[in-house]
Design a protein around this ligand. Structure first.
Ligand SMILES: NC(=O)C1=CN([C@@H]2O[C@H](COP(=O)(O)OP(=O)(O)OC[C@H]3O[C@@H](n4cnc5c(N)ncnc54)[C@H](OP(=O)(O)O)[C@@H]3O)[C@@H](O)[C@H]2O)[C@@H](O)CC1
Ligand SMILES: [K+]
Length: 505
């Protein structure tokens, strides 16, 4: 596949890219000049000329601001520069760029912020290390209240490029220009919404530095998992494409398992069964055709199913009930060494004893684990297993939280949301960008669990299976468009799969 994975760089990794580039011979000021010029180019291209205010902070983000100011002025724009602190306190390249600015430098102030058509935010970028407070916060709020078009350098000031969280307050940009590669905070909410339109520019850092940096976070796309995506082989048969089992809820709660089972079948699992109590059989029988029904009365009968090695991927949780029975079934599935997707009630049922679940997954003995487990919580369910990971100073850091949770539990963590994150216990992570908001609908999560299960059944490794499922789920919703219900997702998949196959070959 010619498409390469899009790496997302943490603030530290970006600093490393900067350092390696300078080590290789480019000067820091050349990088800063390129950064500032690239922003000015985008402003000239996207915005109408107008009265422009550049807010410069005390670090290199401010240095970029001075370059933007100079470049716009050279293009005949009326530019005012304000600086936090005094010029003599600026250091290194930022000082150099401030010296190259031949106009007046005014002190940073709230007054007059409403008088401009464009505000360029060069207050803080990667160096933000504490919340915006006091007069600074007032200035950012006044900028937000103004009618000016706001352009953020690297990240809107107040936003963490690592987490997408706001530290105290944040500029609400119409347009953000970042350098070399996107950062997780550009994709994670609320960061994504605060960036406005995002542009990534080339400032002379070579892609080769990425090998050395060894970043572990990518945009979720087929470039990450396409090579492992199962494509039916002409010599194959349904038995070689795995057998998924979805555990059903009781008679009044059977729909979720059918949604999951239908998705597992659609994504290519050779066989799919719904496992249910005898009372639920008629409800399923009335609606299922290609999906089989397996009824069980007792834990022993359930254990008999688990003993069948052909039933290789299990999904449990959707509408299963927060009961001891659910808990025991989860433990039985894990003890049987099955590939497993644990969703909804299968997660909640361990809220008072998460350690029991992690031990059953095999968190202590990962090297000897012959199978993989995927947990698919939304934020609320995540908080039931990992309450401590939700309590960051600035809110729930989804990427960091999911990384720690995957490491702690030994499972692949698929943390659902508008910016769904998938993390492997070994630290690899993908972030989904631009999933249609229509997916926030009843049953949509059940379909997602079914997709992961169907891919596991076909032998796809869990991190890649979960990532692929999230991507396909979003693309199917995009294909269907407005008015989406969970029932529409699987029927929309063939178009997406067809395009994916063309791409993969
Ligand atoms: N990496 C690259 O390849 C390239 C990077 N480039 C650019 O450099 C930027 C990073 O620059 P940077 O490291 O100098 O940090 P930056 O964001 O300017 O802020 C640091 C200053 O802010 C201060 N400060 C922090 N938080 C604060 C708060 N809440 N309230 C008040 N003050 C606060 C902090 O103060 P201190 O902690 O020292 O008291 C320090 O003085 C990056 O975003 C990009 O634009 C490009 O030029 C080219 C290539
Ligand atoms: K900024």
């Amino acid at each position: 596949m010619e498409e390469t994975r899009e790496v997302l760089l943490s603030t530290m990794e970006m600093g490393e890219a900067d350092r390696l580039t300078i080590e290789a011979g480019l000067q820091g000021r050349q990088l800063m000049e390129a950064a500032g010029q690239s922003i000015a180019r985008i402003i000239l291209e996207k915005l109408n000329p107008g009265r422009t205010l550049v807010l410069c902070g005390p670090g290199n983000n401010g240095g970029d601001g001075f370059v933007v100011a100079r470049a716009l002025k050279e293009n005949g724009w009326p530019v005012t520069v304000t600086l936090m602190g005094t010029k003599d306190r600026l250091k290194g390249d930022a000082r150099l760029m401030a010296d190259l600015w031949d106009g007046e430098i005014q002190p940073l102030a709230e007054e007059g912020l409403g008088d401009y058509d464009i505000i360029v935010d060069g207050l803080f970028g990667a160096g933000l290390d504490r919340p915006l407070e006091g007069a600074l916060l007032d200035i950012v709020r006044a900028a937000n209240d103004s009618n000016a078009r706001k352009v953020a350098i690297d990240v809107p000031s107040g936003l963490s490029g690592d987490s997408g969280l706001v530290l105290g307050g944040c500029l609400e940009a119409d347009l953000t220009v970042t350098f070399f590669r996107r950062k997780p905070g550009h994709l994670l909410y609320p960061g994504k919404a605060l960036c406005g339109d995002l542009y990534v520019t080339d400032i002379g850092i070579s892609g080769r530095v990425l090998d050395e940096i060894g970043a572990q976070t990518w945009l979720n796309s087929p470039a990450v998992w396409g090579e492992l995506f199962p494509v039916p082989s002409p010599a194959g048969h349904k038995y070689s494409r795995g057998h998924s089992v979805v555990v059903s809820g009781d008679l009044a709660h059977t729909g979720a398992s059918r949604l999951a089972a239908g998705a597992a079948l659609r994504i290519g699992s050779g066989l799919v069964s719904v496992a249910c109590a005898p009372e639920a059989v008629p409800a399923h029988a009335a609606q299922l055709t290609a999906v089989m029904i397996r009824s069980y009365q007792s834990p022993e009968q359930f254990a008999d199913y688990l003993a069948d090695h052909r039933l290789n991927a299990w999904c449990i949780g959707p509408a299963n009930g927060v009961t001891n029975e659910t808990r025991n079934r989860v433990l039985a599935i894990l003890a049987a060494g099955k590939q497993a997707v644990l969703d909804a009630d299968a997660i909640t049922v361990f809220r008072d004893r998460p350690e029991e679940l992690f031990a059953a997954i095999g968190s202590d003995d990962r090297k000897n684990m012959s199978r993989e487990v995927v947990l698919t919580p939304h934020a609320g369910e995540f908080g039931r297993l990992f309450p401590d990971l939700m309590e960051g100073t600035y809110g729930f850091d989804r990427l960091k939280g999911a990384r720690t949770a995957a490491e702690r539990s030994g499972a692949v963590l698929l943390l659902k949301g508008p910016d769904t994150v998938v993390v492997s216990p070994d630290g690899r992570a993908v972030i989904m960008d631009d999933a249609p908001a229509d997916l926030a609908t009843a049953g949509s999560g059940d379909v997602l669990s079914g997709l992961v299960t169907g891919l596991l059944a076909q032998g796809m490794p869990a991190f890649e299976a979960a990532s692929a499922a999230v991507w396909l789920h979003a693309e199917a919703a995009r294909v269907f468009g407005a008015g989406l219900t969970a029932e529409d997702i699987s029927p929309s998949l063939p178009t997406v799969l067809e395009k994916l196959r063309e791409k993969l070959h």
